[in-house]
Design a binder for this molecule. Sequence first.
Ligand code: HEC
Ligand code: HEC
Length: 523
Amino acid sequence: MRVGLIGALAVFLSVSPTVRLSAQDTTAGKTVYVKWCADCHGETGDGKGAAALYMLPRPRDFTGAVYKIRTTASGQLPTDADLMRAIDEGLPGTAMPAWQTRLSDGERRNVMAYLKTFSSFFSDTSQHPQLLKFSSEPGGGTGAEALRVGRQFYDSIHCYKCHGPQGRGDGPSAPDLKDDPGQPIFAADLHENWRFRGGPTAEDIYRRLRTGLDGTPMPSFSDLLDQKFLTEEQLWRVAQYVRSLSPPKAPEVRDVIHARQIAGTLPVSPDDSAWSRVDGYYFPLVGQIIRKPRWFAPAVAAIWVQALHNGKEIAVRLTWDDRSQSPDTGWNKYTRRLLQTMASDDSGPQTLAPWPDQVAVQFPPKIPEGMERPYFLMGSNSGSVYQWRWRSAPRGAVAGLARGIDRFDTLPPASGPAARAVWDHGQWRVVFTRTLATADTANELQFAVGRAIPVAFFAWDGSSAERDTRMALSTWYFLALDQPTPPGTFISPVIAMVVTLGLGMLVVVRAQRRGGRRAAARG
Ligand code: HEC
Ligand code: HEC
């Protein structure tokens, strides 16, 4: 009896500090939450912070306790570790930042404890989230056979219906997709794993296939394992196949695009095999949020740029992922849902129209002497920019001068760029070509070899209701037309090699001869 009481007291004493601690946790957590999270997630955790209406995906409504990144079965609560992972690393490709470097360990744990108080599910003791058992990754995941099996199941379990045959999110169901709150959602572009919510590795992907992303159309495939439709290893192969669609490393942003000089004609067709041998430069794009109407949810996340010249002409190839070849009435459902969802600071009516896809390449009208450049957001009254603009419908390109975001004066087509484009399974590839020099030296950029030419990029997805100021843009970068490599410098290392090799041979042969003679003399 006494022992029992002491035992109970001991248990109480050992437990009570954590009880007190968790009360403190949530009080301290609230302070962190109000300061760092409430602007997006709302004071009451309902996801309706001041900034929320402009974002897609929206900040999460914590009162529903629906979480994407879990190690638990579909439809279940996440573990504390799952929540900590999302808080620490953020959700890439969304507005949700990573907090690991911004908040202390204690602050992050406290805010996690506090956000659980927004939903009664977490205090409901009848909820027992089932931790999934994950197998470890089978080897050979980058080999041809593994990828073949992965691709086979990618098709047979219908990933393509949402993600498209090439994985760019352009599947037949894509325009219909919405999340649980009814907002439009894209099926992830499987070629950009650095934007996956739950991480880029084959293991991360395998886990998402097991758990699904709750609250979204992305299902869990665990039941297919239960039904023995496929094996653990085959599901891993699907994850490894998906991983293989993205580059081995997330692309780095480099400041200067080098346009190599080649002899002869430039590849003007977007799918000319010559492009596969040209270095590609990756530039992330962001929404235009400086001038009204602003746009916080740009559809085009990034653009790849390649360039070549032959001393007379330049060819610039732009490649970017876009799920729809706009205007496409098949995407009207998506566009309408987007217009209903996104707050706009545009006073005009938000009605549907057949907007095209567009892209623009921007230069200063003259190569600047110093670091002076026109205003990056399409110039200004005092300093214009020279732009190439291409649109999908009516298909074609023009050159012109912009003096600010809403003033564009087309130049006569005589020396404007030629452009050829293809749209292929969720990707645009457009090649612009122009002579380096033109007659209109006052308005048109005269390309010069060996100079750093400022360049910037803009992109619009018509099916995402993007037009005018609602667009994705980059900052200024540079384009450099490389000097022709003088034959001397190119050949001399080769000659040098031959010469040293030859000399080396000579030395060896001589030594052998001498050795031979000596041996002969001795013998
Ligand atoms: C700039 C806006 C913004 C801020 C600030 C912000 N979040 Fe988020 N958060 C989001 C968005 C947007 C999502 C939804 C992303 C998605 O659904 O893919 C999200 C989702 C989450 C999720 C859900 C993860 C999952 O697995 O589904 C958690 C947890 C979270 N945020 C915690 C926090 C915490 C804690 C803070 C403050 C320390 C915070 N957020 C601050 C925008 C924000
Ligand atoms: C019904 C439509 C649908 C099907 C079928 C589907 N997905 Fe998805 N998938 C989505 C959506 C929508 C998202 C985006 C979720 C988000 O943005 O939060 C997504 C996201 C993903 C992601 C990114 C995960 C992350 O961490 O962000 C991967 C990888 C993925 N899917 C792979 C697959 C594979 C492989 C299959 C087939 C086994 C598949 N999906 C089947 C709709 C689908």
